[in-house]
Ligand binder design. Structure first.
Ligand SMILES: [Zn+2]
Length: 576
């Protein structure tokens, strides 16, 4: 079935183009390359001309960015439509690699010219640092390798997006199956869980193979760029200027010490409430007291109207922004076959508008996910005014503060969907999730550090290491006996490991930021929201610690920050 995705080309641009021609086909590398060459050739004699050149470069970047987003959105909305995959594939195989070396040349030109005609040091501080960094790590010979990695990511997406199982005589997508794990019938849950993981296991060798290729390519990319391993390379590629792999390892230790014990208490409480001798993997999602799953809505229209109300109660401006997104057709929320898994917010850069993608099936977690992605959307809107495209998005470690804070502050009004009893349940679930996530991030991050520091490992060693890291962070608190094969490859479903390596610690760093804002809102909601918006409006124009500071919080993910926040959460968990 052909699903009509919104025609994004109809969205009005934030401002008219002045450099990029109206009629250009941005999917054809030849036409795009021509514009880059114009920028390369242009003579620049003054700071004013240099700033105009930067604005034109931003305009081109923005137009390309939007083109890429549209192709990506169209593909993920319908991964089984061959044409959409081909269109996206053509873009990442021809346009992206053609542009990368030219971006490097533009960077070099900028560096050279800006030394002769200096610009405002403070305003361009972050931009200059990024340009300098990107020149430093760029290698032309890495471009084809990066294209290969991107194509492998697409293959991973297709494999996962088209996985279905027949259950109860009907074909189900994987997100649809996860809904049954909330059912109170333990036998049913077990059979759902087994059906799902058995289906996943059928693609185990394929996924291991894809990952091995990615690992080899990534290590080669790092070595080409004169780094010892991909971890050190990726820290630079992600512009992680304000923390080190060592800080991440300290986070792992802090979690082991301060969060895992609480996580174990949560699991132990669950075990007792469920009256079980041991917890099995299919016992984690269901309500432990045997209550039926929370059903906040039927159909995405109800989800949208409810979340709109929540935002309006939290903050009038945020409510209006969400309403406008819905009116413009910037929400694709329902789960259906062929849709890629998960949820994301993507920015349509020329319109400077956000788009939200989700697989909603009617669960409590769908409401939280929409609050989360809407937080990203508010961020996009809050920093849309920056003229430099690089400043119209923040660093990932702050982007997730934007989203996670909305889960907490927007979530204060979840009574739109629920009775007071249900509100308590939903909040308790959310805080348990936060604790679980802080632990899971440590697992995923620790695993990836090991993977890329030991690139010569075999798939069997990798799976072994996965298990031992899981156990270090409380994974053995559950009974996996007889299920080792599934347990070993549990990481296959973590798309970040495949598609955006090392992008995960951000969730923990930012969660700690969002929790700080939540604490601040307890003292004054108005102050917290004002600080939130102020932080968001800076986009990527200031270094990470300053973005946190603008939002009235500390950029820190050490034990010193974690410990008191964990204590603040504890009362919400009602642990006997
Ligand atoms: Zn997010």
């Amino acid at each position: 079935m052909e699903i009509e995705t919104m025609n994004f080309d109809q969205l009005p641009r934030y401002q008219p183009r002045s450099f990029v021609p109206e009629q250009i086909n941005l999917r054809e590398s030849k036409e795009v390359v021509g514009l880059f060459e114009q920028l390369l050739k242009r003579a620049i004699h003054s700071a004013k001309e240099l700033e105009q050149w930067l604005r034109d470069r931003s305009e081109l970047q923005t137009a390309l960015d939007q083109q890429g987003s549209i192709l990506y959105i169209r593909m993920t909305c319908q991964t089984d439509d061959q044409q959409r995959s081909k269109d996206y594939q053509h873009f990442i195989e021809s346009v992206v690699p053609a542009v990368k070396p030219l971006e490097d040349k533009l960077n070099r030109k900028y560096l050279e010219v800006s030394q002769k005609v200096p610009l405002d040091k403070k305003y361009y501080e972050v931009y200059d640092r990024a340009v300098d960094n990107d020149i430093h790590i760029f290698r032309e010979e890495n471009v084809p390798l990066q294209t290969k990695v991107a194509l492998l990511s697409q293959e991973y997406q297709t494999i996962c997006g088209t996985m279905t199982v027949v259950f109860n005589g009907r074909e189900h997508t994987m997100p649809e199956m996860s809904k049954y794990l909330l059912e109170t019938n333990r036998g049913l849950r077990e059979s759902v869980w087994r059906t799902t993981v058995e289906r996943r296991l059928r693609d185990k060798d394929k996924l291991d193979g894809i990952f091995d290729q990615m690992l080899g390519l990534r290590h080669a990319i790092a070595v080409n760029a004169s780094f010892q391993n991909f971890c050190d390379y990726q820290f630079r590629a992600y512009h992680r200027f304000d923390y080190t792999p060592e800080d991440c390892k300290k986070y792992h230790t802090a979690v082991e010490k301060t969060v895992v014990p609480l996580w174990k208490e949560i699991l132990e409480k669950r075990r007792q409430e469920m009256n079980l001798s041991v917890l099995r993997p299919w016992d984690l999602e269901v309500d432990p007291l045997g209550q039926p799953p929370l059903r906040p809505f039927e159909g995405v229209e109800k989800l949208i109207s409810g979340v709109k109300e929540m935002f309006k109660k939290a903050d009038r401006q945020l409510g209006e922004q969400f309403e406008e997104m819905s009116k413009l057709g910037l929400l694709d929320l329902a789960s259906r076959k062929g849709k890629a898994p998960g949820g994301y917010q993507s920015t349509l850069a020329e319109a400077r508008k956000p788009f939200i993608f989700m697989n909603a099936v009617g669960l409590d977690s769908d409401v939280r996910t929409l609050l989360h992605e809407a937080g990203h959307a508010f961020h996009t809107l809050a920093c849309a005014h920056h003229s430099l495209s690089a400043y119209r998005h923040g660093p990932m470690e702050f982007n997730e503060v934007a989203s996670m804070t909305m889960e907490l502050l927007g979530g204060e009004h979840i009574d739109i969907f629920y009775s007071p009893e249900e509100v308590k349940r939903s909040n308790q679930n959310h805080f348990e999730d936060i604790i679980g996530t802080l632990v899971w991030v440590a697992v995923i991050d620790c695993f990836q550090h090991w993977i890329y520091e030991n690139p010569q490992h075999t798939p069997a060693q990798r799976n072994q290491m996965w298990l031992s890291i899981r156990n270090r962070f409380g994974g053995n608190f559950m009974d996996w006996s007889g299920l080792e094969e599934f347990h070993q490859t549990l990481w296959h479903r973590q798309l970040h490991i495949f598609e955006v390596p090392f992008y995960y610690i951000e969730y923990a760093i930012a969660q700690l930021g969002a929790l700080q804002l939540w604490q601040k809102a307890k003292r004054s909601k108005a102050e917290a929201l004002a600080a939130y918006k102020k932080g968001l409006s800076l986009g990527g124009s200031r270094p990470l610690p300053e973005l946190y500071q603008a939002a009235g919080i500390k950029f820190d993910f050490s034990e010193k920050t974690i410990q008191p926040l964990i204590e603040a959460i504890r009362p919400h968990l009602v642990i006997p």
